[in-house]
Design a binder for this molecule. Structure first.
Ligand code: GLT
Ligand code: MN
Ligand code: MN
Length: 387
């Protein structure tokens, strides 16, 4: 099997991902910048569906209006020539010094207003390029010092900004779906809305919650030692998985943004299986970058590898679902009892009375092993190509 990516697989990369120049806090760039038009053509050749961007990945923050228009028209030409789409856009609210203590949540009202202005301009750009999903990653929306008392205000300011921008989107006819991307820390000591569950809880407090979902990133829950597959399950259950950022990460380390599947292969497998089994129809965005050690050839190896690993894991998921022994173990694991389920599924006075009157064999319930060791070993066998 070739595992060749095709546009129908809806794989996307950010301009900032394959365009990453290999800079880190201790070291200078190790690669030359790549022109956005070149990136678009290369990704299209590799079988990607589209490319995503921040406003300033394409248009420098200090560009004049005419410079902006020239840059955008050259980029649009590359999109038309290559057939590539821009499904998602976002705003850079973290690189400029003005945002060093946050953007929408900054304690300074002037910076908050500037952040909203910048986001509106960036939403205009995204809409012009055809983007339907708008991501908010609150990279600088956080703190090292809480003595300023901003933690509670920040949530209210963030709510104001999202309510404002959702109305702007509707009035302009953009009809974006907004996807909040949680991260626990880095570049701030602590970032507000650190995990998927926090973002889901916050969305319920917005004026138009139906317009908002999440854009979870594999590395972000993993950095904090949390289970990304569980986070995605909760987002799917809530109908809020609008977008996903795929990459990899060792737990408890600096933000590594590794190639998808590079590190936690079993979790990556279970994630792909969950997305495929539940018919996730959104974009699969690889928000990662080639190692700083690599030259340009390594960048394209990285991009090919992300897509190839996803497709191999998708194949493994199909094999898992068709494996009679594995499915028999799962069927036995999920013990069914129609009559007890009918009592416990929903409350009624009579169900409560019948349940209270039922006699359970507690010792037998505690004695039974669910077969998870065998199931997990078969999963490992399957992933290692032994089944
Ligand atoms: C940045 C970050 C990502 C976000 C991007 C969107 S930019 O690279 O590390 O997780 O998805 O702003
Ligand atoms: Mn990240
Ligand atoms: Mn991301």
């Amino acid at each position: 099997m070739a595992f060749d990516p095709l546009p129908e697989h809806h794989f996307t990369f950010g301009l900032w991902t394959v365009g990453n120049i290999g800079r880190d806090p201790f070291g200078n760039p190790t690669r030359q910048p790549l022109a956005p038009e070149y990136i678009v053509h290369k990704l299209s050749e590799l079988g990607a569906y589209g490319v995503n961007l921040h406003d300033n990945d394409l248009v420098p923050i200090d560009a004049t209006a005419s410079e902006r228009d020239a840059i955008v028209s050259s980029f649009k030409k590359a999109l038309v020539e290559s057939g590539m789409k821009v499904p998602m856009a976002t705003t850079n609210l973290f690189s400029d010094a003005a945002f060093k203590d946050g953007a929408f949540t900054n304690a300074n009202a002037q910076i908050r207003a500037y952040a909203i202005q910048k986001a509106m301009n960036s939403m205009d750009l995204g809409a012009e390029l055809g983007a339907e999903t708008y991501v908010f990653w609150g990279g600088r929306e956080g703190a090292e010092v809480d003595a300023g008392g901003n933690a509670l205000d920040a949530i209210a300011h963030m709510r104001e900004a999202f309510n404002f921008l959702a109305s702007y989107s509707q009035e302009q006819g953009y009809n974006y779906r907004f996807a909040l991307e949680p991260k626990p820390n880095e570049p701030r000591g602590d970032i507000y809305l650190p995990v998927v569950g926090a973002a889901l809880g916050f969305i319920a407090t917005l004026e138009q919650p139906h317009l908002f979902g999440v854009n979870p990133e594999f590395a972000h829950e993993t950095m904090a030692g949390l289970n990304f597959v569980h986070a995605i399950a909760q987002a799917i259950d809530a109908g809020k998985l609008f977008h996903i950022d795929l990459n990899d990460q060792k737990m408890g380390r600096f933000d590594q943004d590794l190639r998808f599947g590079a590190e936690n292969i079993k979790s990556a497998f279970l994630l792909v299986k969950l997305l495929e089994d539940t018919g996730y129809a959104g974009m699969k965005h690889f928000d990662a970058h080639a190692l700083r050690t690599e030259d340009e050839a390594g960048v394209w190896d990285f991009a090919r590898g992300c897509m190839r690993t996803y497709l191999m894991l998708k194949e493994k998921a199909a094999q898992f679902n068709a494996d009679a022994e594995i499915q028999a173990i799962i069927a036995a694991y999920k013990v069914k009892d129609e009559s007890l389920s009918s009592l416990s599924k929903s409350y009624s006075t009579s169900n409560a009375a019948a349940l209270k009157a039922h006699s359970f064999d507690r010792a037998a319930l505690g004695a039974r092993g669910p077969g998870l060791e065998r199931l997990d070993q078969l999963t490992v066998d399957l992933l290692l190509g032994m089944r």
